[in-house]
Design a protein around this ligand. Sequence first.
Ligand code: CAA
Ligand code: NAD
Length: 288
Amino acid sequence: MHEVKTLGVLGCGLMGSGIAQVAAQAGYRTIVLEVDQALLDDGLGRIEQFLSKGVARGKVTEDAKAATIANITGTTRYEDLKACDLVVEAIVENLDAKKDAYRHVEAVVRADAILASNTSSLCITELAASTTRPDRFAGLHFFNPVPLMKLVEVIRALTTSDETHRRLMAFAQALGKDPIVAPDRPGFIVNRLLVPYLLDAVRAYEHGLGSLEDIDKGMKLGCGHPMGPFTLLDFVGIDTTYYIANIMHDEFREPAYAPPPLLKRMLLAGRVGRKKGRGFYDYEGVKG
Ligand code: CAA
Ligand code: NAD
């Protein structure tokens, strides 16, 4: 196996753009793939905006911003991932879409390249088994917003080799993250605890517990959470949370993981959260 020098990132949405940014900031040559040019431009724009805000806050120098941007190439063609030593997948939380993407990646990358998924809830062993490299596959679960959250969960499939695991732990550390080892169980460690809490907040709201604002304020000021549950749901994405809930519910068969009806209706209405301007709250005119 080669040391990781060139990184591929599949998806330049909320997570893919963050992963590409932190990798490029850490000096990796980073190639990020989207399904079309408009989505790619949106994702690259998100990186540019985050770095510009960092400059305005005095957290990022103009030189570091320029160096980060210079390390990132955007593409819509899988062939451009050919030189990647590691490809981190951060596309929609859907098993078939992910398997299909791996087939395309495997058609172009070297046999010894590592594949990792940023999935929130899917079975890593199942994803690994769908590839031709189950020993060179693992979960690499980042947290949103990637440039600010220190945690990465490294999840071994039953088939992941010691060498792959070692390299991914080292890669996470090289990005300045503080990785933990998490088991290949639905939701790993953090979402196993966080997702039932978020779903319960929606159920409680549906049952008239209080206003969105009061519930959010309660958890912020009463428990010291940085965001209340509805602000956090809008931040993560109602669509992504709905997919995660279904996947976890399918595995655990426990009501705590069942998506509340309101989530599905919000998804159907296009109210998927901050990224699209409206979720539980309205973000029209709010940038970034
Ligand atoms: N560039 C560089 N630094 C920046 C920056 C930028 N563009 N924007 C902010 N920062 C820095 C700030 O300077 C500040 O640093 P200091 O602490 O050194 O001063 C720090 O980041 C925090 O920034 P702010 O004060 O502006 O923001 P905040 O205090 O409101 O925190 C937040 C923002 C980190 C997002 C916080 O609200 C938070 O932690 N929210 C909860 C996020 C969360 O729970 N994420 C997990 C979601 S679940 C998940 O990801 C898993 C899944 O599978 C769904
Ligand atoms: P998102 O909707 O913001 O972005 C997903 C992106 O993937 C979209 O831009 C879409 O066009 C793109 N895409 C879809 N199919 C693709 C393909 N075949 N090739 C390339 N790009 C493709 O979603 P997100 O929030 O970034 O979530 C991505 C993954 O990260 C999911 O597996 C999710 O569960 C996980 N995750 C999300 C969060 C979060 O807070 N949102 C946190 C941790 C992990």
